[in-house]
Design a protein around this ligand. Sequence first.
Ligand code: ADP
Ligand code: MG
Length: 319
Amino acid sequence: MGEFELIRHYFAAAACARVGGDVVLGIGDDCALLTVPVGEQLVVSTDTLVAGVHFPEPSDPYLLGQRALAVSTSDLAGMGATPIGFTLALTIPSVDSGWLAEFARGLDAMAAGCAMSLIGGDTTRGPLSMTLTVFGRVPVGEALLRSGAQPGDLLCVGGALGDAAGALPIVLGERDADTVEAATLLGRYWTPQPQLALGQALRGKATAALDISDGLLADCTHIATASSVSLAIEQSRVPLSDSLLRFAGAEQALQCGLGGGDDYLLAFTLPADALSTMQSEGWPVHIIGHVEAGEGVRLVDADGNSLNIAHRGYNHFTS
Ligand code: ADP
Ligand code: MG
């Protein structure tokens, strides 16, 4: 099967490649054409996943397809954007039709849940990797940036943290996957659900936001730096799931929640007067701390005393 037949069969024919809405022209020409409504801005982000670095090889291609798109789309959630579509630059070692069909099916499943369309890409031969560029839109001036946090704001997250990090020993084959807890954690690793609706609901309310990909402490440091403030995280308020607590134990679960990566949940700062609206509308808002004058991130006990930080999160270029 040649390059063009492959693209046609597995990608152009996928349900998520149908044009419509903001996508005027999709796969097949030199470029895709998108319409951005008057009064909105285009929101763009790109992510690369490399076999052996971002996922083990071999991995289930269906899960890989879902995860690749979820990871990329989560950046749109972190900006409060409405999703439009994505391109897929795929490098594969060989044409394996079973693998491609399952990978495309996984992409399709996540694309349906996120209202994303596959609008183009590139297909090359080489060691397995994939680069997804995602496109979304947001009303002018309403994107959620990292830079607006103000002393006095509450620091919040969109759900229980650390589940995906807790699953890592199972993903890497170091622990068995035969318990209910293990299955739950694996689900959170392979099929994170980008918090797109929450991000959109935070427009005009959150003063800063991002999606947590490298671990709570590391990502909160980004908000602190961009906003020139300090964030105090109350250790006992970091939400941890029962599955993680049972699977990893309290101490390890906390390490996963603070420093483990791959959560793909939102962290955001919220003025106190916006909190009740968000809560009365039923959004998952967990208060874990507050913004204060200063710099960096502090881990504190219930009385505000600083605690030691054992592990700061994942960085590709430091050990
Ligand atoms: P060009 O040579 O003009 O860059 P290509 O031959 O690489 O175009 O691709 C042909 C069409 O197929 C383009 O519309 C491109 O966006 C799309 N395409 C290529 N690879 C993929 C892929 N993996 N997924 C989705 N669309 C793809
Ligand atoms: Mg090309």
